[in-house]
Write a protein that binds this ligand. Sequence first.
Ligand code: SF4
Length: 409
Amino acid sequence: MKNFDIPIIYRSPLISAIKNQRRQQDKMKKDFAPTLLNLGELHIYLARHFGFCYGVENAIEISFRTIDDNPGRRIFLLSEMIHNPQVNADLQSRGVRFLQDTQGRQLLPFEELTAEDIVIIPAFGTTLEIEQKLQDIGIQTEKYNTTCPFVEKVWNRSAQIARKDYTIIVHGKPGHEETRATFSHAAAETPTVVVKDMAEARELAEYIRGHKDPAGFYTRFNGQYSTGFDVQRDLVRIGVVNQTTMLASDTQAIADYLKQTMIELYGLTEATVEKHFADTRDTLCYATLDNQSAVTGLLDIPADLAIVVGGYNSSNTSHLVELCEEKMPTYFISSEEKILSPQEILHYDFHTKREKQQTGWLSERRPVRILISSGASCPDALVEAVIRKIAGYYDAGEAVESLVESFGG
Ligand code: SF4
């Protein structure tokens, strides 16, 4: 995979050495077992895959290069570059301003923009409506577009099935930038509706089967269907695509469920199912699949606790937390600063959307076993900082130094 030129502050000599060694030993990416960092009384197990993905590194490279190449020009980002507070703050400190927040609320009016300005489109992509608005002002959108190719792949897949007259069901978080962008692209081609989870998929299936009053659909799915959507006409042929960072097992379960609904309703077989259900496998991105599989491999270790590092509004990170939580106490932290002491930690509960303080988070057991992973928008430097902070509680600072050498760094 391409090597990107990203600021050195996001890299970690330790994590790079580990990743390089694992890559050399497992070129086909078949081994999802974690890497053990033996630090005496502290055993850290690092997930096989975690951290910056292709799309994030690509977006960071383009953004910082744009800043370097355009001194004196006003540079805006449509919204957060990626869901990582450090990266966003670094861009803002270099003078970049955000036009919208992550929910699409306007922070700066588009009317302030001129044709001389640069507007960077983030890795999630954007809606056709916003792209048009920028082009109307005279802003070149293509040159500074960091939309991830794996998001574009979903749009292409949507367009393919739209051409065959399928309605598109998007499995995603309705307010998430990427889902709003995918919805916009899909809705330009064919009727489209967003479902956020299995509960909504089941409700949608009730309308597909005709078990519910069609009028109720428009209230229940308010804001989640395309203009002119006709619940009786537009749920006869469907295909499912997804936000690239959803939980793989959820997306699969929703697609399987809706497919089965069509099979039962229309008396189909595997050979005839395409009459009512399009095959759209593979719209999760490679990083989501790798990171989730690596967490599954990580959870084979009987550990005391898990730490997941990442931005609190990061979808892919919260799914890693969800997987870990099922097995053991899990702490979702945005940086090492959230580890207050060996007794106290501040961590994010994504169910209540609040940070909370936990006492007695580190087990007394020796060696204590800690699993660590991070989201696709989290710099490796943050993971190293977390490792170093915990190692400090076990007088293992020097042992961390020698680890870099032992992994060939
Ligand atoms: S998580 Fe996947 S789709 Fe999103 S930016 Fe990374 S590689 Fe692209």
